[in-house]
Write a protein that binds this ligand. Structure first.
Ligand code: MSP
Length: 654
C-alpha cells in the first residue's frame, strides 16, 4: 500500500542577517512534526528555505560592495549550517533566487493579471525601509514610527500593480471561522474584525524603486513585490508551473504551514486569496505560534537582541536547545527566553528526568545482573498500573500532535518519565538486589523500566533526534524495537536483554556559573548586532608581534599535513578533543582545546596542519603528541586551519 503524503512547510526566512533562536522555533517545530509523521509511516515532504529578494537585501549588499546574490549566498550558507547543527532533516531547501521559483512566480503573476485580479495603480503611504512595509497612520506606533522595528518611516509614492482582494472576502471569512484551517482558531476573530469586516484592501504586488526582485515579464520597470514572490514558494517547490518534476499532484494541498503571528495575516488572508484566484485547493492547516521574546520584545536582528543558537548549541547540545524551545512555547502564545529558565529546564527535565532514569536503570542492570537480565519474572499489581500509564502516553501524544500541540505532547511524555522515576522509588530495586531470593522481582522491575524507556525514547526521538539513538544503545534496543507500532506494545525487548553503560546523556549544569557566562556572551552579541558589524568585519586590534627569530629557529619547527582518522571528546573536560591522526608515520594521538568550537564529526576525515616535533605532554591525563594549528578569533573563538584534500598526508609545510 502506498504511503499517505504529508506536506509541511516553514516560512522562508529573510537572509538579511544571521539566524537567531527565534528563527529556530518554527524550523525545529516543523522538523519534529515531520519526523513524527515519518515515524508514523507517512510519506513526508518538509520544505524550508530563504526569501531573498527586496530592497533591504539590495541595500545591504551595496553597503558591503557585493552583489545581492553574493550577499545572500553567504547568509544562506549560515542558515543551512544552523539547520545541520540543529539536526533539521528537511527534504527541500528552496531559495527564491532559484530559477524554477522565478519561472513559477512570473507565470502566476501573468495568470492573475490575465484573469483581471492584478491591475496597475499608484501606491502612497508611510514606508519603513528596513521592514519593507507600507503602514497606515493608525498602524504606526505612539511616536509615529514603524510598529515593528520602531524606526522612522518616510512618505513614499510609486506606480505599482495591485492584487484585488475583495472578491475573496466571503470565502476567506468562512475559511477562518467555519473550518479548522487556522490553529489556534481563537485568532480568527482578530483577523475578521481587523481586516475583513472593514473591507479587504487591495495588495501592492510590484515595485519600481529597486531592482532586486523577480521582473514582471510584461512590464520591465516592475519587480514582483514580496508576498506573491514569497508565498508562491510553497507550490513552486512542488514543480507547479515550472520545469521541476511534478510533486504538486502528490503533496498539494499542504497539510501544515507553520508561521509566527507577525506573518499570520499573509498566510490567513492573502495566501488563500491567491490560491482562490488561481483556482487551486487551499492548504489544510495554518499553525500560528507566538514569538520568542527577550526582555519583552520579539527577538530579532533589527532590534539587536539576538541570542546565538550556535553558542547555545555549543554549550548544551542541540537536543537540549530543541527540547527547551519546544517545551516552552504553547501554540498561539509568546514565550520569553531566559538563560535561567533554559538551564533549570535542562537540569530538571533532561539531567534529572530522562537522563537520570536511563543511567539509574542501566547502572542497576549492570550492577545486579552483569548487564544481561535473567529470564525469571515476578509481576505485581503495581506493574499493571505502571505499564498502562506508559502505553497510554502514546495515544495522548498522538492526540496532541494531531493538533500541533507540541508543548503538550512533551509535557505528557515527561509526566511518564516522572512516573517511571517514581516506579524506581516504589519498587526499591536496591533493596531487592540484596538477596538472591528477589532475583525474579528485580529482573521484572528492571525489564519494565527498560521497556518504559524504550517507549519514552521512541516518542521523544522526533524532538530529540540526536540523543535518543544513544539511549537505544544503552538499553539494548535495536531500531526494529522502536518503530511506531512497537511503541504501543509492552514487552518488545528480548527477555534477557543486555544493556550497555554509556556516557551521561545530559550533564547537570552549574546554574550560577553558566548564567554568568551566557549573560556575558549575550551582552557581547547584542553589542555586536547593534553596531551591525560582525566580528570579522571589525578592524583587527593592534597586533603586537613577538620578537623576531632567525630562519634557523623557524626551521626547527616541523609542520606536516595529517588527516583526522577519528576523534572523541576527552571525558571530564569541556574543552578538549582527542584526535587520532594519520601522519604518514604510523599515526599518532593529539589532544586539542577545540571542543567548544568543533564536534568530533566536524573534523573526522579532514586534513589539518600538525606541529609534528613537539615534545609529548599530557592534557587532563591524556597523552598528546603534537599540536594542530588553529587561528584565534577576536571573540575568543578559534578556527582550525584545514588543508586542501589533494595535499598528501605527511607533506611538509614551510
Ligand atoms: N520572509 C518572510 C516569510 C515569508 S513566508 C512565505 C519572513 N521572514 S523572517 O525571516 O522575517 O521571519 C520568518 C519567520 O520567523 C516568521 O514566522 C517570523 O515571525 C519568525 N520569527 C522571527 N523572529 C522570531 C521570534 N523571535 N520568535 C518566533 N518566531 C520568530 O517573515
Amino acid at each position: 500500500m502506498s504511503k499517505k503524503p504529508f506536506y509541511i512547510t516553514t516560512p522562508i526566512y529573510y537572509p538579511s542577517g544571521n539566524p537567531h533562536i527565534g528563527h529556530c522555533y518554527t524550523t525545529v517545530a516543523c522538523d519534529s512534526i515531520a519526523r513524527y509523521k515519518r515515524m508514523q509511516g507517512y510519506d513526508v515532504k518538509f520544505l524550508t528555505g530563504t526569501d531573498e529578494h527586496g530592497l533591504k537585501i539590495e541595500q545591504k549588499a551595496a553597503e558591503k560592495g557585493v552583489t545581492p546574490k553574493e550577499y545572500v549566498d553567504e547568509i544562506v550558507g549560515t542558515f543551512k549550517r544552523l539547520w545541520k547543527y540543529m539536526n533539521i532533516d528537511y527534504d527541500q531547501f528552496i531559495r527564491t533566487t532559484d530559477d524554477y521559483h522565478i519561472e513559477t512566480v512570473q507565470k502566476i503573476f501573468r495568470e492573475l493579471y490575465d484573469k483581471g485580479y492584478i491591475y496597475k495603480g499608484e501606491y502612497s503611504g508611510k514606508y519603513c525601509t528596513p521592514c519593507e512595509s507600507f503602514w497606515t497612520d493608525s498602524q504606526l506606533d505612539e511616536n509615529g514610527c514603524c510598529p515593528e522595528c520602531h524606526r522612522e518611516v518616510t512618505f513614499a509614492k510609486e506606480e505599482a500593480y495591485f492584487f484585488k482582494m475583495s472578491p475573496f472576502a466571503d470565502r476567506i471569512e468562512k475559511l477562518l471561522t467555519e473550518t479548522d484551517y487556522l490553529q489556534p482558531k481563537t485568532r480568527a476573530a482578530e483577523l475578521v474584525n481587523n481586516f475583513i469586516k472593514p473591507g479587504l484592501e487591495d495588495l501592492c504586488v510590484s515595485r519600481t524603486t529597486f531592482k532586486w526582485g523577480i521582473p514582471v515579464t510584461f512590464d520591465d520597470k516592475h519587480v514582483v513585490y514580496v508576498w506573491i514572490d514569497a508565498l508562491s514558494n510553497y507550490i513552486s517547490a512542488l514543480g507547479y508551473q515550472n520545469s521541476r518534476p511534478d510533486e504538486f499532484s502528490k503533496y498539494w494541498p499542504a497539510d501544515v504551514h507553520m508561521v509566527a503571528k507577525d506573518i499570520m495575516r499573509f498566510h490567513a488572508i492573502i495566501w488563500p486569496a491567491m490560491l482562490m484566484a488561481l483556482d487551486l485547493p487551499l492548504p489544510k492547516h495554518l499553525a500560528v505560534h507566538g514569538w520568542i521574546t527577550f526582555n519583552g520584545e520579539k527577538m530579532s536582528k533589527s532590534l539587536g537582541n539576538v541570542v546565538d543558537p550556535f553558542v547555545l548549541g555549543e554549550h548544551y547540545g542541540c537536543d537540549a536547545i530543541r527540547y527547551h524551545i519546544l517545551r516552552e512555547m504553547a501554540l498561539g502564545a509568546d514565550s520569553s527566553f531566559s538563560n535561567e529558565i533554559m538551564i533549570n529546564r535542562i537540569n530538571s527535565d533532561l539531567a534529572n528526568g530522562i537522563g537520570n532514569l536511563v543511567s539509574r536503570t542501566v547502572a542497576m542492570a549492570d550492577k545486579y545482573f552483569g548487564s544481561t537480565l535473567p529470564e525469571e519474572r515476578e509481576e505485581t499489581e503495581l506493574d499493571t498500573e505502571f505499564k498502562n500509564t506508559v502505553i497510554q502516553t502514546v495515544a495522548d501524544v498522538d492526540a496532541a500532535m494531531s493538533e500541533t500541540r507540541i508543548k503538550n505532547a512533551l509535557e505528557t511524555i515527561f509526566r511518564t518519565v516522572d512516573r517511571a522515576n517514581k516506579y524506581i522509588d516504589e519498587t526499591e530495586p536496591w533493596k531487592l538486589g540484596k538477596s538472591e531470593e528477589n532475583k525474579a522481582r528485580l529482573a521484572t522491575v528492571l525489564y519494565n523500566l527498560l521497556e518504559a524507556i524504550r517507549i519514552i525514547s521512541g516518542l521523544l526521538s522526533p524532538f530529540m533526534p540526536s540523543t535518543m539513538p544513544e539511549v537505544w544503545k544503552q538499553i539494548g534496543a535495536v531500531p526494529e524495537n522502536v518503530t511506531y507500532e512497537k511503541l504501543s506494545v509492552f514487552g518488545v525487548l528480548p527477555v534477557n536483554v543486555t544493556v550497555h553503560k554509556g556516557d551521561i546523556l545530559f550533564p547537570r549544569i552549574d546554574v550560577e556559573k553558566e548564567i554568568e557566562e551566557l549573560n556575558n556572551i549575550i551582552t557581547e552579541n547584542m553589542e555586536k548586532a547593534k553596531s551591525n558589524l560582525s566580528e570579522s568585519e571589525k578592524p583587527a586590534e593592534k597586533i603586537e608581534l613577538a620578537p623576531e627569530i632567525p630562519i634557523e629557529d623557524f626551521m626547527k619547527v616541523e609542520i606536516r599535513v595529517a588527516k583526522v582518522v577519528s576523534c572523541e571528546k576527552v571525558k571530564k573536560s569541556k574543552k578538549l578533543l582527542c584526535l587520532q591522526l594519520d601522519d604518514g608515520m604510523g599515526g599518532r594521538q593529539v589532544v586539542s582545546g577545540i571542543a567548544q568550537y568543533y564536534k568530533p564529526e566536524d573534523l573526522i576525515g579532514r586534513k589539518i596542519q600538525l606541529i609534528a616535533n613537539l615534545k609529548p605532554s599530557k592534557l587532563c591525563g591524556v597523552e598528546s603528541n603534537g599540536m594542530i594549528c588553529a587561528a584565534d578569533l577576536a571573540d575568543g573563538g578559534c578556527r582550525v586551519i584545514f588543508v586542501d584534500d589533494d595535499i598528501p598526508v605527511g607533506a611538509k609545510i614551510r
